[in-house]
Design a protein around this ligand. Structure first.
Ligand SMILES: Cc1cc2nc3c(=O)[nH]c(=O)nc-3n(C[C@H](O)[C@H](O)[C@H](O)COP(=O)(O)OP(=O)(O)OC[C@H]3O[C@@H](n4cnc5c(N)ncnc54)[C@H](O)[C@@H]3O)c2cc1C
Ligand SMILES: Cc1cc2nc3c(=O)[nH]c(=O)nc-3n(C[C@H](O)[C@H](O)[C@H](O)COP(=O)(O)O)c2cc1C
Length: 799
């Protein structure tokens, strides 16, 4: 095969080496516009896992590279002047210059033809090649020539960064977070040779401009940063090499190939430097492309296979890189965190490394994190006072909810106390308590509200008792009742639960009483009004689809007369002031009924495009009166409803509001709006925001993924300074522990995970070795060793 690689960077060279070694009969040439020893950049970073992949791909090439690696395990974070070190991270650094020299030598030795100082500017190079590999970097000329066949998006990030070197050898991967008069500066520094380190300085645009860096030349930049980091550099100077301030471009392309041309490395994709180097991705691409070509001689089929195997890994890394770069864009937000939590937040920023990973990497550091979270939780709950009074007198005393009620403590409070007194070990973050007004939740797991569509004219039944009761027994600290409608015509479907008749309260009371009497959980009510999404079928029959027989439907109302599905949903009427008065009264009556039923927490549903959400989103609210227009106006009616409920709901009991932080649609709600909504809710006495997203409009384009909505909860928690609940694809206890320990949210809601396993929280406790007390009738399992066998053998249904 005749192969031309355009670009002699790490990707092009490594691919040429691997391919030539796979079959020396291949004629391979690398065309590079620079001279052999011209290079920009300083050190490249490889994780131990990447090096293991390189060793697997070709041991000779690996050995050539490995000889030059500087290895380190520690990450050192300098924050508020205090260094905190975490170990067990396993990375290596190496000079980019050396890496290219080693790869050039290996290419020559293998018989690859290297052509330097030749710039490729058209597809002529293809003429005599069976395959053209475009490894020509992020500004790829070949990709641009194929613009009609390959779509490219470039997301230019707002932060500014400059890539510098220094002669100071940093013993650990080092981060500095340093304020000066201009703002906050972040440094990412790592060693790549005995006396050389990379020193990347990053800051927000405002800081950059305030410091005059937008006008600084390369020497002026270096001089300014040398002064700023004089202490950190310890007398060493900074080295420049095309060290100009840049904005990171996240590049995504699709597809990665056309006929016999294929993109590789930065030409196809980039991922922020804070999750490891682009060098590593380019080299992993080279391995995948080699493997695909070796597997079969048909070039298009091989290129298809290369993209199919590699794209999911690249996209996953790009998602991690996105979370990581946003953390660095938003670092100012986290500057009030205590050092140990700040470092944990930094280490877990990409949402890839979990609390459990940290246990394997650095158990001592994790113990500090857990202690900090537990201390904070105890302080927040003011546990000490009542724990002493209520501690079980006998060491083997077990939790007895009835006795605790007799002692004057709520079951949750007593449970927390007994849990803490039964074990001297620090509880994992998810098993720390949390207080909202006078309500003490025994842990941070909440069963998310889930419509069951089996009520009869709003009346809940045994199904709801078992559904909520079993999950409360299953260990969650709080179980949320499904969206329960404030009037008959507020229902989503004819089978939705309601709180609009006195007997509804009595039916709910039976469930609430069970949860209070027989489980340690608290129980919350979610009040809602379907608005324009009313009169639809059950979720599992046809989600959001109108009832098939128009006779069965009832008149709908919404902020504006816009149907959910433009072609088939009924047009709702625009709410009048009378409608609003009626709805406010319905909500207040339902709140009173919820109090009669004994619920511990009241949530107002302002998410997912239902009535109140329809006011908040500009996509569904086009009103010309004082309830439309600005966000303040759009929040006016939802806040009236909130205030009406707050005024009848007991002051000692907390209220939450569920919001859709974003609409996942152009022109809709964005994270900044969600922060403003959080501020307004906070000002009105909302205790905790339940941060969901989307479902506002049918044409939404959500970006799903693990923990995909957690960043919104994180943002509101820090920017507003109020408690938040995170929800959405949280399914492992590792994730719950990580979210809580990093301070991204105060509570985690699980919907499908806790349906799948009603005892999810108990199982998490077992896995973590945390002695969650079992209720008396189930004590027999305390010495039972279960065998979890969740092994997947099907091919459908996984996220
Ligand atoms: C300023 C800067 C500094 C960086 N420093 C580091 C660092 O210290 N460590 C690190 O890990 N990563 C660094 N990176 C990122 C890193 O360079 C890339 O992610 C990585 O090298 C990708 O490898 P690649 O082979 O795909 O592309 P590149 O390394 O960019 O290689 C592409 C090659 O193609 C050549 N080329 C481009 N167009 C043509 C053409 N038309 N004809 C012929 N040749 C062409 C270029 O000269 C280049 O040698 C840096 C990036 C920038 C922008
Ligand atoms: C069957 C089902 C019913 C739901 N009903 C409600 C509801 O009544 N109120 C609500 O706010 N969210 C409802 N949701 C959304 C969930 O509360 C949750 O936000 C969503 O499922 C994402 O969480 P998960 O990834 O843990 O499942 C429902 C979800 C499911 C799966």
């Amino acid at each position: 095969m005749r192969i031309t690689c355009v670009g002699g960077g790490p990707g092009g060279l490594y691919f040429a080496v691997l391919m030539k070694k796979a079959d020396p009969r291949h004629q391979i040439r690398v065309v590079e516009r620079n001279r052999p020893d011209d290079t920009f950049g300083f050190g490249v970073v490889f994780s131990d896992a990447t090096m293991a992949g390189i060793a697997d791909a070709d041991s000779e090439a690996y050995q050539g590279i490995a000889r030059h690696l500087v290895h380190w395990d520690d990450i050192e974070v300098h924050y508020r002047g205090e260094p905190i070190t975490s170990t067990g991270h396993g990375f290596s650094g190496m000079s980019r210059h050396t890496l290219l020299r080693v790869l050039q030598e290996q290419a020559c030795a293998a018989g690859v033809e290297l052509l330097f100082e030749q710039e490729v500017s058209n597809l002529e190079a293809l003429r005599d090649a069976d395959l053209l590999v475009a490894a020509d970097g992020s500004n790829s000329a070949i990709r641009q020539l194929l613009h009609d066949r390959i779509a490219t998006t470039v997301d230019l990030r707002p932060n500014r960064f400059v890539w510098l070197g220094t002669t100071k050898p940093f013993p650990a991967f080092t981060f500095y977070f340093k304020h000066d008069a201009h703002g906050l500066w972040r440094v990412h520094a790592y060693q790549y040779g005995p006396d050389h380190s990379t020193f990347i300085v990053e800051c927000g645009e405002q800081t950059w401009k305030a410091a005059g860096m937008d006008r600084a030349t390369e020497p002026e930049t270096a001089a300014f940063l040398e002064r700023l980091f004089a202490t950190e550099l310890d007398g060493h100077s900074l080295i420049t090499n095309r060290s100009i301030w840049r904005q990171f471009p996240t590049i995504r392309t699709t597809p990665w190939w056309s006929e016999k041309i294929v993109l590789l490395g930065d030409a196809a994709h980039t991922a922020h430097f804070s999750v490891g180097s682009g060098t590593r991705m380019a080299m992993e691409d080279a391995v995948a492309l080699r493997d695909a070509l070796v597997a079969g001689p048909d070039v298009p089929a091989a290129l298809h296979a290369y993209e199919a195997s590699r794209r999911p890994q690249v996209e996953s890394l790009q998602r991690a890189a996105q979370a990581s770069l946003q953390w660095f864009e938003d670092t100012e937000r986290y500057m009030s965190l205590e050092p140990v939590q700040f470092v944990f937040s930094l280490l877990t920023r990409s949402l890839r490394i979990t609390h459990e990973d940290m246990r394997a990497r650095d158990p001592q550091f994790l113990a500090r994190v857990d202690e900090y979270v537990a201390e904070q939780a105890e302080r927040q709950v003011r546990l000490a006072a009542f724990a002493e009074a209520s501690a079980p007198k006998k060491p083997d005393a077990t939790y007895d909810p009835r006795a605790s009620v007799a002692q004057g403590f709520s079951p949750a409070e007593q449970y927390v106390a007994s849990g803490f007194s039964r074990t001297s070990a620090v509880p994992p973050p998810m098993f720390t308590p949390f207080r909202l007004r006078d309500l003490v939740l025994p842990n941070r797991v909440v069963v998310s509200p889930m419509c069951q569509y089996v009520a009869d004219d709003g009346l809940v039944s045994d199904w709801h008792l078992v559904h909520l009761g079993s999950r409360a027994l299953g260990g969650a600290g709080l179980v949320m009742a499904e969206m329960t409608d404030v009037s008959r015509d507020a229902r989503i479907s004819p089978w939705c639960a309601g709180l609009y008749r006195p007997e509804h309260a009595a039916a709910w009371k039976r469930i609430v009483d069970f949860v209070h009497r027989d489980t340690p959980a608290a129980i919350g009510m979610q009040l809602g009004h379907a608005g324009r999404k009313g009169a639809t079928q059950q979720l599992w029959v046809a989600d959001n689809e109108p009832l098939p027989d128009p006779e069965d439907r009832w008149p709908l109302m919404s902020a504006s007369p816009i149907p959910f599905f433009p072609d088939r949903s009924p047009v709702p009427r625009e709410m009048t002031r009378d409608d609003m008065d009626r709805a406010v009264a319905d909500y207040a009556r339902a709140a009173q009924l919820a109090q009669e039923a004994g619920f511990d927490l009241l949530e107002i549903h302002m998410a997912h495009g239902y009535l109140l959400a329809s006011f908040i989103s500009p996509l569904t609210n086009t009103r010309a009166d004082e309830y439309g227009g600005s966000l303040e106006n759009r929040m006016r009616f939802p806040l009236e409803v909130f205030d009406a409920c707050r005024s009848v709901w007991p002051a000692a009991k907390p209220m939450s509001v569920r919001i859709s932080a974003v609409d996942w649609a152009p022109g809709g709600m964005e994270p900044d709006d969600a922060v403003a909504v959080g501020q307004m809710l906070n000002a009105h006495g909302c205790d905790v925001v339940d941060v969901s997203a989307g479902q506002t409009v049918a044409e939404q384009r959500p970006v799903y993924g693990r923990l995909f909505q957690t960043p919104f909860a994180d943002r509101i928690r820090h920017d507003v300074g109020m408690a938040t609940m995170a929800v959405g694809n949280i399914s492992s206890y590792m994730d719950v522990n990580t979210i809580i320990a990093a301070g991204r949210a105060d509570l985690c809601l699980l919907a499908r995970a806790h349906i799948f396993d009603p005892y999810w929280t108990r199982h998490a406790a077992w896995m973590l070795g945390y002695p969650l007390p079992w209720p008396g009738p189930y004590k027999s399992v305390e010495r039972y060793t279960p065998r979890f066998e969740f092994r997947f053998t099907g091919d459908k249904g996984r996220d």
